[in-house]
Design a binder for this molecule. Structure first.
Ligand SMILES: NC(=O)c1ccc[n+]([C@@H]2O[C@H](COP(=O)([O-])OP(=O)(O)OC[C@H]3O[C@@H](n4cnc5c(N)ncnc54)[C@H](OP(=O)(O)O)[C@@H]3O)[C@@H](O)[C@H]2O)c1
Length: 302
């Protein structure tokens, strides 16, 4: 099919981890034309078939961004200062509907507040979950939810091992190291699920939830896996209230670990959803040990 007759997918966050994965998977699949959306198009020329400017905080930019699009992938970035995920996503859903978009895919997370009976506040999860209803009620011909896992990339990024008081390199976190509660994955593989969902709206487009899960682990298993590969990481559990006072935003991180421990990352038995996601992606996601061997070599932590 020539590029002009292909249906168009507009990808928010195309310069980031999730949206970038979506762009690359759609490119590899070859079925759709891709419009990458970014606040800085001049910096990202050549990223996709088209690169358009969009700013979720300026809804007037969304009209042109979604014009002519068959599908939209939306992710919002909770960590970008000043971001109101609900406001941004509401504007994107409205603009997509007005532009005649047929298939809307939203990268959501579980509703921690509901799952924990109001005990735990993790806004970067719950705020995303609250957007699901808006997507559902917008009346797209097809809509799909994908659930990003705890990125493997966190252990070499935001949650990289730190020098501890006893001189070891490792983690001091508010979670029981023996509890298997973390659904994890290589975020670069989220794109396979999203591309598969756009290609199979009959199987995914009635509001299905598709989580990416490469592994399901406790911190003991994470540390043991890395140490078997030659690292010498330590792990110490710290009380939640101590951790919560360590840095701005630490209370939310502490609540997030408390949630993983009490309810698991996905918050419910998700075996059927994971199986559907893997089927739609057309492959089994990479296990943590395989990912770590390549992406967390021993000299990186020495
Ligand atoms: N780390 C984890 O384990 C984990 C797990 C699940 C979910 N998440 C969620 O993942 C999300 C972040 O996704 P990511 O890792 O893919 O982000 P990322 O790599 O940091 O990239 C952020 C993307 O968001 C775009 N963006 C930010 N503000 C924007 C705005 N106002 N208008 C348009 N685009 C905007 C940026 O585009 P430009 O800069 O090019 O404009 C960029 O492409 C967060 O909400 C987080 O809660 C993280």
């Amino acid at each position: 099919m020539s590029s002009n007759s292909k249906q168009l997918i507009a990808v928010i966050g195309a310069t980031g981890q999730q949206g970038g994965a979506v762009v690359r998977a759609l490119q590899a699949q070859g079925q759709f034309k891709i419009r990458a959306l970014t606040r800085h198009p001049a910096k990202h020329r050549g990223l996709a078939d088209e690169v358009f400017e969009v700013d979720l905080d300026h809804p007037e930019t969304l009209k042109a961004a979604f014009e002519g699009a068959h599908g939209v992938f939306l992710v919002t970035n909770a960590w970008e200062p000043g971001t109101d995920e609900l406001k941004q996503a509401t504007a994107a859903v409205r603009a997509a509907k007005e532009a005649g978009v047929q298939h809307f895919i939203w990268s959501t997370l579980p509703d921690v507040e509901a799952i924990s009976g109001g005990k735990l506040r993790v806004p970067h999860f719950t705020d995303k979950a609250k957007i699901d209803r808006i997507v559902k009620e917008a009346g797209f011909a097809h809509h799909t939810f994908v659930i990003a896992p705890f990125f493997y990339q966190n252990v070499v990024g935001a949650l990289a091992p730190q020098k501890q008081e006893d001189g070891t390199l490792g983690w001091a976190l508010p979670i029981d190291r023996t509890v298997r509660g973390i659904h994890m994955g290589d975020i670069r593989e989220l794109g396979n699920i999203v591309a598969g969902a756009f290609a199979h709206p009959d199987q995914t487009g009635n509001g299905e939830y598709l989580p990416l899960v490469g592994d399901f682990m406790s911190f003991n298993e994470i540390v043991d896996t890395l140490n078997r590969q030659g690292h010498e990481f330590s792990f110490k559990q710290v009380p939640s209230e101590v951790f919560a006072s360590l840095f701005p935003g630490a209370a939310e991180v502490a609540a997030m670990f408390a949630y993983f421990q009490a309810h698991t990352y996905l918050g419910s038995d998700s075996r059927d959803r994971i199986a559907l996601a893997n089927k739609i992606a057309g492959r089994q996601p990479t296990k943590f040990s395989t990912w770590a061997r390549v992406n967390f070599p021993v000299h990186a932590s020495a």
